[in-house]
Design a protein around this ligand. Sequence first.
Ligand code: NAD
Length: 293
Amino acid sequence: MTIIDGKELAKQIKEEIAAEVAEIKNRDGKVPHLAAVLVGDDPASHSYVRSKVNSCNQCGFESTLIKKDDSITEDELLEIVRDLNENPDIDGFIVQLPLPNHIDEHKVTLAIDHRKDVDGFHPINVGRMTQGVDCYLPATPYGILQMLERYKIETSGKHCVVLGRSNIVGTPMSILLSRKAYPGNCTVTLTHSRTRDIREELLRADIIIAAIGIPEFVKDDMVKEGAVVIDVGINRVEDPSRKRGYRLVGDVDFDEVAEKCSHITPVPGGVGPMTVTSLLKNTLKAARKEVYS
Ligand code: NAD
């Protein structure tokens, strides 16, 4: 069994990105610039954005963090998005989700200029992804593709079962792995809260992508021998023995499942760090105008 070390992989990729950034800086005198908009005080969102900004700094990017409290109105947030769209100094930006209930996330996503949408959530990028046209891929699925590729995991002809159909992980993952490409060429089953027998579906999987947000949902009797298991879940569970009072676990019961797998990602240190590097890769593409001129 091989543990896919997302932390180490992300470190390598960040070194590669940093080298490219240094080259761009020498040539053009300008470095890629990522902006992040953070609304409210959700601790998980704060921690994700912190890690995105730190990674920008590690790779030599310029970063701008715009923090607003959750009393911000939808119009005020849309105004910030418009300013970022028009600011020629910003190559790409993200609006960290979730947003407070009084703000329509879909409206905000639609307002982002798709050429700066380095999260890959705008329908133009989603549409292009679906058709296999160059675009900004959503960061978490993009990170998972990189893991599969760098660990040389065979995907062609494999049966992949995706657990969860969110717009940011499950659905794009199911599209990407069914495309005629590597990684891809899988036969994909997308399962969700209305799936009749999840265990039966999972037992047929050569590759499992778990993204439902339920701590340690996938148990050893749901996984076939030799499967590749990618655990996207990041769940906080109470743990009084830890200084901060909680620990992070995935959607997979790692201790039970690991020994049955050919490959498995840990939580933390698996998919999470790869998501951040994918965002940087998209921003690098935006700075180079690789996708849109
Ligand atoms: P979500 O929370 O938006 O949706 C959950 C999905 O799971 C839904 O499609 C639902 O149908 C499905 N689901 C819920 N209960 C189910 C059940 N009992 N059986 C089968 N399916 C069920 O999904 P999300 O935003 O993709 O997040 C999923 C998990 O991944 C969360 O823990 C989140 O924190 C984590 N996440 C991690 C990263 C990362 O970078 N590692 C990125 C995004 C999300």
